[in-house]
Design a protein around this ligand. Structure first.
Ligand SMILES: Nc1ncnc2c1ncn2[C@@H]1O[C@H](COP(=O)(O)OP(=O)(O)OP(=O)(O)O)[C@@H](O)[C@H]1O
Length: 824
């Protein structure tokens, strides 16, 4: 049997796809997505949903009928008969949507611009169809203006942008705004015109990024929310929140904080079944790796359960695509989707000498003959091992697609890729090899002028990288290559990630170069531009130490302890003392937000370089103040003062020992750890007392919050209000001390505990911000700020209760949730 399926794209266009008995949903997605220029790797983010009416609709996730990738199209009329109008089997209608969101939209922009643009159009469409009129008029106007300017630039119309009929634009894009009686029409038009003027020369990419950033806040397109109940039955109703960053999380309602339930990568099986014949309620069971108890969730309908399972499975598959390897379809086809402009024919390359071997294969010197100019050039070729794991192939591919986008005098450039197995990465040759070896070999003659030149070149490359929102995550002399005695270049992008400016990337697995890492990267596996800055400092230290490795003779386990106690690498003999002090006091500041930005550092390094070039003696060299305004790097999550509250010396030691283990263990190891550790064998009574103390202190926080909530109204005298708030914070302080006495038993628990601690730290930070605003608040904002304080205290109580559950005994998950919910 053959038939025709119609797939609607964002923007209303559609594609017809012929199907036979065997055609699956997955196949249709592939055909349509590839047809609109989406690469095979990005296809994994897409899904199809059934159109149940005469025209495509963009309903909320709960109501959508998402189609299982292995479902055959011919089965659909039968399975979905009750949703489809009669006679619809002649032509099945579906919509192609990006459902499984990427970790970072900026990374998507770099790796697949078509998929990135598709996502943007989808989000904008959703916004205009369903959300725009409910939200701030400013956002609606700004997004509309960006859209108008983009379309205007795209079509290169003859007319002037100023001639655009503003009224008509507003009518078409946000008609509901016009019916809002509280908004003055003339004011609206004026504001819209101002936005049009502002964005008239904004580039397409910038415009898309700006509009996505605005919409992320409003549409929250990176998460989906499901009404559900934890456990079997409907006794613990919550909102489940699912997304690539949140994992599977829950909250009591939209105003409450979200707590992570599980990380998606720990799910090894998803199944669901209707609970009773007479009811629509459906129970979903998630089996977890490491023998952890399965998680049970009840949903109100089978479709909802299917939708949740589809989402969890899809996001997990996308993430394992990056972490674990390429999908099976890709493994079979021995050519990987790579843009044609970087493909190189293998016969144009002649391999010569072996330069060295890396994790993924050998690197050779080679000759590449440019087919257009016939010119021959010496290059380096990274040959991917033939028996390489798909994960390795994927990492190399990832590295190549990142390198392709970087064009900088001090970043090794990618020339091309031979994609058939074994994959070859053709890169610019650095004839003098790795910087660390070079420094060691040439140490007898290398002057300070050259050392500071290298420091400035690396800094320059990082300024560029950070300006494109990338963090390198592995800055070290071993990853810098020497192209000439006067030129070094940054290489090895295997660990790089695209980040939003303020974002912190949390690495989930893999070996880490502990001695180069910032404390937050070691302790919490957080990477940001600020952690790159710390690593740059270590790399500068390596340069002035002429290739000596940092912390030689100190175990990985002790390094972090020394750093947290205030120790730092010693001043190398060749380093100007003032410059070393800058490293020590600023670049190696424990708190990420206190470190200077890479641009600020660049200013300082250039200044020091000028002085060295003018033959100033080391002790005459002066390091000025950072000139740029501080901080694009605000690593909110790693506000260490509050986090260090939890980290007693013993715990630091334990953590450090585990860091040692990370380095020794291979990737992808199972999370479950030996419960027979020294901690587990500590006195049961002692543990019981600690648990009791914690329980009491959490109750103390909850009671204090209840007193605050009960006593508060707009007329509460401020002295009374402050008294109740102080009561909450002092109980909180006590609770934190008790919490630091207890350590999680398994890696999974530790992740959850860390998350909750971070949430508490954030709550505390928010609270102190609001309290300080309150001191100078005027009448109108005074009570709204006080209400914010009460709200934050409520969230703190929920998070403290969660922390208590995570840190104490390990009853079944269900009991934990019911206890949690009763407590709240
Ligand atoms: N473009 C290049 N020019 C000259 N030598 C290079 C070049 N790229 C890599 N090398 C050298 O080849 C060797 C292997 O490099 P490769 O990048 O594969 O591995 P690595 O840096 O040791 O570690 P990893 O496998 O983790 O990336 C290293 O000695 C490196 O210095």
């Amino acid at each position: 049997m053959e038939g025709l399926a119609r797939v609607f794209l964002v923007g209303g266009n559609s594609k017809a796809v012929r199907f036979d008995e065997q055609t699956t949903v997955e196949r249709v997605i592939q055909v349509v997505a590839r047809g609109i220029g989406i690469s095979q790797v990005a296809v994994a983010h897409f899904a199809l949903r059934l159109v149940t009416g005469p025209s495509p609709q963009t309903a909320g996730s709960g109501d959508s009928l998402w189609l299982h990738p292995l479902l055959r199209i011919v089965q659909m009329p039968h399975i979905y008969s009750k949703h489809l109008p009669i006679g619809v089997s002649d032509e099945i209608k579906m919509e192609l949507r990006m459902r499984f969101m990427p970790q970072s939209v900026y990374e998507l922009q770099v790796t697949d611009s078509n998929a990135f643009i598709y996502l943007h159009e989808q989000v904008v469409e959703e916004f205009f169809n369903h959300v725009a009129w409910r939200f701030s008029v400013d956002v609606a106007l700004e997004v509309s203006a960006l859209k108008v300017c983009r379309e205007f630039a795209e079509h290169k119309r003859e007319a002037e942008l100023s001639d655009v009929d503003l009224e008509a634009c507003i009518q078409t894009l946000i008609p509901n705004v016009l019916h809002n009686p509280s908004i003055k029409h003339s004011q609206l038009k004026k504001q819209f015109a101002a936005f049009i003027k502002k964005f008239s020369s904004t580039s397409q990419n910038e415009s898309i990024i700006r509009s996505l950033a605005l919409l992320l806040d409003v549409v929250k397109f990176d998460i989906e929310v499901f009404k559900a109940s934890l456990g079997t039955g409907w006794s613990n109703p919550v909102e489940l929140v699912v997304g690539p960053h949140t994992g599977l999380a829950y909250r009591l309602n939209e105003r409450c904080d979200t707590s992570r339930l599980i990380e998606l990568r720990t799910i090894c099986d998803i199944s669901y079944r209707k609970m009773e014949k007479s009811s629509e309620k459906t129970l979903i069971q998630l089996k977890l790796s490491g023998g952890a108890q399965p998680v049970m969730i009840t949903l109100s309908t089978e479709e909802m359960a299917h939708s949740l399972a589809h989402l969890l499975d899809g996001i997990e598959r996308c993430q394992s695509l990056v972490i674990n390897g390429i999908p099976s379809s890709l493994q079979k086809a021995n050519s990987v989707q790579v843009d044609n402009d970087i493909r190189i024919r293998r016969e144009l390359i002649t391999l010569k000498d072996l330069i060295g071997g890396g994790q993924f294969g050998n690197v050779y010197k080679a000759i590449y003959q440019n087919p257009e100019t016939d010119e021959k050039m010496t290059v380096a070729v990274k040959v991917c091992k033939t028996d390489a794991e798909p994960a390795d192939t994927q990492l190399i591919l990832q590295e190549s697609s990142l390198m392709r986008n970087f064009r900088h005098a001090h970043i090794i450039s990618l020339i091309g890729v031979c994609v058939d197995s074994p994959m070859w990465l053709v890169i610019e040759l650095a004839p003098f090899g790795e910087l660390r070896e070079y420094l060691q070999q040439e140490k007898d003659w290398l002057p300070n002028k050259t050392l500071i030149l290298f420091c400035s070149q690396i800094c320059d490359s990082l300024v560029y990288l950070h300006s494109t929102r990338f963090v390198h995550r592995d800055i070290a002399a071993r990853n810098i290559l020497v192209c000439s005695p006067q030129c070094v270049k940054l290489a090895d992008f295997g660990l790089s990630r695209a980040l939003d400016y303020d974002a912190v990337y949390t690495a989930s697995r893999g070996k880490l170069p502990i001695k180069w890492l910032a404390p937050e990267s070691v302790n919490y596996r957080q990477f940001s531009m600020a952690s790159d800055v710390w690593m740059y400092g270590v790399c500068v230290w390596e340069i002035f130490s002429l290739g000596i490795k940092p912390w030689i003779g100190v175990s990985n386990a002790d390094v972090i302890m020394h750093i947290e106690q205030g120790a730092r690498l010693q001043c190398p003999d060749k380093c100007p003392p003032s410059f070393y002090n800058f490293l020590r006091n600023r670049i190696w500041a424990i708190e990420p937000h206190k470190r200077p930005t890479i641009d600020q550092i660049f200013g300082i390094v250039c200044d020091v370089k000028r002085q060295i070039d003018r033959n100033f003696e080391n002790d005459q060299i002066f390091v000025g103040k950072c000139v740029n305004p501080a901080g694009v790097i605000v690593a909110e999550m790693s506000s260490l003062p509050s986090l260090t509250l939890y980290r007693t010396m013993e715990e630091q030691k334990r953590q450090a020992e585990e860091n040692e283990k990370w380095l020794e263990n291979s990737e992808g190891e199972e999370e479950e750890e030996d419960l027979q550790s020294s901690e587990a064998s500590s006195s049961v009574e002692g543990l019981y007392d600690k648990t009791k103390e914690l329980r009491k202190s959490v109750d103390g926080v909850c009671d204090a919050v209840t007193r605050l909530q009960n006593s508060f109204n707009n007329l509460t005298h401020n002295d009374d209000f402050l008294h109740f708030v102080k009561d909450v914070t002092s109980h909180l302080r006590e609770m934190l001390t008790f919490a630091s006495n207890l350590s999680p038993k398994t890696a999974t628990q530790r992740t959850e505990v860390d998350m909750t601690k971070t949430l508490i730290a954030n709550d505390m930070k928010q609270m102190s911000r609001v309290m300080s605003k309150l001191q100078t608040a005027k009448d109108e904002s005074f009570n709204s700020l006080r209400r914010d304080v009460v709200r934050i205290c409520g969230e703190l109580a929920v998070n403290c209760t969660t922390l208590h559950l995570q840190l104490t005994a390990n009853p079944s998950l269900e009991n934990q949730f019911s206890a949690l919910l009763t407590n709240c």
